[in-house]
Design a protein around this ligand. Structure first.
Ligand code: ADP
Length: 524
C-alpha cells in the first residue's frame, strides 16, 4: 500500500496510475508493495525517520518511449515522479524523493554505453551507466582514455554530473566536461541540446554550444526535465602520472597551505582537483573512533596526536598529482615543492612510501580515474548504523576563508557532539569545503542533533556569505532560501520556469526547493 499520498490523489487513482505504468514497462519493473524492494529506495543515510522520504512506488522504464508513456499517465493523474539514474547519491539523499507518496522513476535499465570515441576522447551514455561500468568497458576495449569518477564509483556518470559532482583528475568538474544532452520534458517533448539539435551533426559531443541560449544547465540540480543521454569528455591517458601527498602538523597550517595552493591552481601548475584533507577524514578510512576514545563523543585533542603518530598523518594532508611527459612533471614539481614544501613541518610522500595504506591507495586511484568504494569505510567511524550527510559550502581559495569555515564548522560540530571530518577540494578558483557530518542513524537523538547542527551551519555560513553547492533532501528549501539576492529573484525565475515547463507539477516536486504551484504554499 502507498504510504502517504498527495492530498489530491485517492488510493484508487494512485493504484490505477501504477497499474497503467505496469502495462507500459512490464510487471517485474514496478514495485508498489511496501517491503524490502520498495524500502531499497529509502535514503539509508537519512537524518530523518525512515518513512519521511519513502516513495510509494517505483517504476523502471527501458527507453525514451516508455518514459513518454509514463509521463502521459503521470500528467493524467497528477502523480509525482522522482527521477534517479543509479540512486547512489548518498550523503545528499540517495534514491529517495522529497515526500512520501511519490513514484521513483528509476532509470537503471537505461544503462547503455552508446559510444566511446578514442580519437576525440568522449563517451555518450545513458543515465544508468555507472563509473565502474564505463571504466571496465574502456579497459576491455583497450582505449587509451581515463574517466573521472566520483568516490565511491558505483554512482552514475550522468546522475553525478547533474548534481554538479566533482572528481579528482584534471577533468574533475563534471558539468564543465559534459557535452550535449538529450532531454524529455514533462509533456513528453524530446529535445537535444547544443549541436545535437542540428540533424546530422558530427559535433554533438565536440562542442558544448548550439545556436542561441545554452540550456543544459537548467536540467541540472532541477526538476525541469528527464535527461536520457549525455556526452562526457574523457582524458587521453597521459605518458606519466605522479601522485603525491604532503602532511602538515598544525591546525593553523591550513591557512598557509591554502595560500600556497591558490596560485598553483589558478596558473594550472597543479592540473587536477587538489584536496586538503583533515586528519579525521583520513582516519575514518582506516580506523574507528572507538579505537581512540569514547565511541559516542567527539575525539579530544590528545587522541589527534596519537592518530597522527600511528598512521603517519598530518592534521592536514594534501593530495594532488602531476601528469605528462616526465621532464615536464619533474620541472613542475620543483615549483610545487618550493611552494608547498616551504611550510614548516611539511613532509612529502610518494607511491613507494605509502603502498598498502588504504587512504593513499584510493586517492591514487581516484586521481587517475579508477573507481573504487574505499571512501565508504567512513561509515564505520561511529558505532551502530554509520551514516553521513555532507555540508558543503563553497569558499574562495584563500587562507582566511579556509580557517574561518574550518573553525566555525568544527566548533559547532563539537558542540553538537560530532567530530569535524572535512576536506577542502580546490577546483580552480574556489574550494568545495565538504564537512561529512557522520552520525549513528539508529540513534534518534543523534539524528535530531545532526539536523539541528546542519540548520545552524546553513544560517551561519549564509551570514558569512558562503552558500552550499549541493544538499540533502532535508535541507533543500532552507538552502534555496539563502540564495535570495534581490528579493529572491532567482528563486522566482526557477518557479516561473517550473510552472511553464511542468504545469501539473509531476517532475520531482521540491528538488532544490523548487515546488509546483499547487504545492508551494503547503511547503515553502
Ligand atoms: P548517482 O547516479 O550519482 O547515484 P542519482 O541517480 O541518485 O545519482 O541522481 C542524483 C539526483 O540527480 C537525483 O536525485 C535527481 O534529482 C537527479 N537526476 C538523476 N538522474 C536524472 C535524470 N536522468 N534526469 C534528471 N534528473 C536526474
Amino acid at each position: 500500500m502507498p504510504q502517504a499520498l498527495p492530498t489530491w490523489l485517492t488510493p484508487q487513482q494512485f493504484f490505477q496510475a501504477v497499474e497503467e505504468m505496469r502495462a507500459v514497462v512490464g510487471k517485474e519493473w514496478v514495485v508498489s508493495e511496501d517491503g524490502p524492494a520498495l524500502r531499497s529506495y529509502r535514503d539509508a543515510f537519512s537524518p530523518e525517520d525512515d518513512d519521511v522520504f519513502l516513495p510509494s512506488a517505483a517504476v523502471a522504464p527501458d527507453g525514451v518511449e516508455q518514459i513518454q508513456k509514463i509521463l502521459k499517465i503521470a500528467n493524467d493523474y497528477r502523480v509525482p515522479l522522482w527521477t534517479i539514474s543509479s540512486g547512489k547519491n548518498f550523503a545528499y539523499g540517495g534514491p529517495a524523493p522529497r515526500k512520501a507518496g511519490h513514484v521513483v522513476l528509476d532509470l537503471k535499465r537505461m544503462n547503455r554505453i552508446l559510444e566511446v570515441n578514442e580519437e576525440f576522447g568522449y563517451a555518450l551514455v545513458e543515465p544508468g551507466v555507472t563509473y565502474f561500468q564505463l571504466y571496465e568497458y574502456i579497459q576491455k576495449k583497450g582505449y587509451k582514455l581515463w574517466i573521472d569518477c566520483a568516490a565511491p564509483g558505483w554512482g552514475s556518470v550522468l546522475g553525478n554530473t547533474l548534481e554538479h559532482g566533482v572528481g579528482y583528475t584534471p577533468y574533475g568538474d563534471h558539468y564543465m566536461m559534459h557535452c550535449g544532452m538529450e532531454v524529455v520534458l514533462a509533456d513528453g517533448t524530446l529535445l537535444r541540446t547544443g549541436q545535437g539539435s542540428l540533424p546530422g551533426t558530427q559535433c554533438w559531443q565536440l562542442f558544448q554550444y548550439g545556436f542561441g541560449p545554452v540550456l543544459d544547465g537548467i536540467f541540472t540540480q532541477s526538476n525541469f526535465g528527464i535527461v536520457t543521454k549525455m556526452g562526457i569528455w574523457l582524458m587521453p591517458e597521459p605518458p606519466g602520472y605522479m601522485p603525491f601527498m604532503i602532511t602538515y602538523e598544525r591546525e593553523e597550517d591550513l591557512h598557509a597551505i591554502t595560500e600556497a595552493v591558490r596560485p598553483l591552481k589558478v596558473n594550472m601548475l597543479i592540473p587536477n582537483g587538489a584536496f586538503t584533507v583533515g586528519l579525521l577524514w583520513e582516519a575514518s578510512i582506516k580506523t574507528t573512533r572507538a579505537q581512540y576514545g569514547d565511541p559516542k563523543k567527539p575525539l579530544p585533542e590528545s587522541a589527534m596526536k596519537k592518530i597522527m603518530a600511528d598512521h603517519k598523518l598530518g592534521m592536514w594532508n594534501f593530495y594532488a598529482a602531476l601528469y605528462g611527459p616526465k621532464p615536464m612533471m619533474d620541472n613542475t614539481f620543483k615549483v610545487v615543492r618550493d611552494a608547498l614544501g616551504a611550510i614548516p613541518g611539511a613532509k612529502f610522500y610518494f607511491d613507494e612510501d605509502r603502498k598498502g595504506d588504504p587512504s593513499w591507495d584510493y586517492r591514487v586511484k581516484l586521481m587517475r580515474g579508477i573507481p573504487n568504494m574505499t571512501e565508504f569505510n567512513m561509515s564505520n567511524w561511529v558505532p551502530g548504523a554509520g551514516a553521513h550527510v555532507d555540508f558543503s559550502p563553497i569558499s574562495p581559495t584563500r587562507g582566511d576563508d579556509a580557517m574561518r569555515q574550518y573553525q566555525m564548522i568544527k566548533t559547532r560540530a563539537n558542540e553538537h557532539g560530532f567530530d569535524y571530518i572535512g576536506e577542502f577540494a580546490v577546483g580552480w578558483r574556489d574550494m568545495h569545503h565538504v564537512f561529512s557530518l557522520t552520525f549513528d542513524r539508529s540513534d534518534a537523538d543523534e539524528r535530531r542533533r545532526a539536523r539541528e547542527l546542519f540548520n545552524v551551519l546553513i544560517d551561519e555560513a549564509a551570514q558569512a556569505g558562503y552558500g552550499e553547492y549541493r544538499t540533502h533532501l532535508a535541507f533543500m528549501d532552507k538552502i534555496a532560501g539563502t540564495y535570495n539576492w534581490n528579493d529572491g529573484a532567482l528563486w522566482k525565475l526557477h518557479h516561473r520556469l517550473k510552472d511553464a515547463l511542468d504545469p501539473n507539477g509531476i517532475l520531482a516536486p521540491g528538488k532544490m526547493g523548487i515546488w509546483p504551484q499547487h504545492m508551494r504554499e503547503e511547503n515553502v
